[in-house]
Design a protein around this ligand. Sequence first.
Ligand code: DCM
Ligand code: DCM
Ligand code: DCM
Ligand code: ZN
Ligand code: ZN
Length: 272
Amino acid sequence: WGGFGHISVAYVASNLVSADTTFFLQGLLRNNTQDYLAGVATWADSFRYSKYGRWTAGFHFIDAKDSPPSYCGIDYERDCKTDSGCVISALHNYTTRLLDTGLSAGERAVAAKFVVHFVGDMHQPLHTEDVARGGNGIPVLFDGVRLNLHHVWDTTIPEKIVGGIRRRPYEAARRWADELTAEIKGGKFADDKLQWMHGANLSDPRSSALAWAREGNAHVCTTVLPEGKDAIIGQELGSAYYEAAAPVVEEQIAKAGYRLAAWLDLIESTLK
Ligand code: DCM
Ligand code: DCM
Ligand code: DCM
Ligand code: ZN
Ligand code: ZN
């Protein structure tokens, strides 16, 4: 996701975590405001574009070598293959480091920042797809603007859902996250959310994250590339494409925020 998506995921999570988790993470991140998660949600992207952070670029995705739209699927052994791993192994590593009381507070704060970011990224369907580098190599038109498909899903669709962010991503994300939180608590996601942590287990971060990533990857076959990439190269995606994509983006952001909150609560409970 772009900055707006990551900040929105973080606000949903901070709306849902327990009071003890809030206390623990506000202390670790040295920020006692309601923005303690939102304020660190995009740090991993700034870091990976810095000289010192280049080695973490491969942590943001997993390149599933499937063949949408006829077949989608992630095979960990086949697909988690950059030099340093992938988003699944990265979540595992940084979850373990956040739980490791032998590390310094600074190292555990870095681990917390990565966890917040990677739970978000693994819910972006094109962060779980190899085709054209996760869609970066698929040029399209969206409302007449030339963009690549990856950017459309990272940024353009999320920002269009809320009617634009007018250079104020934190305010816009806060509002959207509050709406999504209400849908999770008592609206259209109230029943669905009861399944969202099904099978997830802090003692097996890899299987938990893989199950989450597979849900996003399935949307590549149905909604992101329903007729394959050649059908959309250079084409205007159009309103039918957006109408199908927007509910998927909304659900993926809500799920990511809900799962991030539950994951952080599990971590905090294990530490007591
Ligand atoms: N980004 C950046 N420098 C780049 C590309 C992207 O700082 N050369 C930032 C802005 C994007 C964010 O990273 O919105 C997430 O990008 P991605 O999802 O492409 O990691
Ligand atoms: N590091 C990491 N994951 C690990 C080990 C290290 O992200 N499993 C990062 C964070 C550390 C840095 O590398 O601050 C250097 O670690 P070390 O001094 O242990 O090599
Ligand atoms: N990306 C991806 N899959 C790839 C390569 C990149 O999901 N195989 C993502 C990471 C960034 C965006 O695409 O969000 C742009 O990456 P880069 O700046 O590395 O081109
Ligand atoms: Zn991206
Ligand atoms: Zn990222």
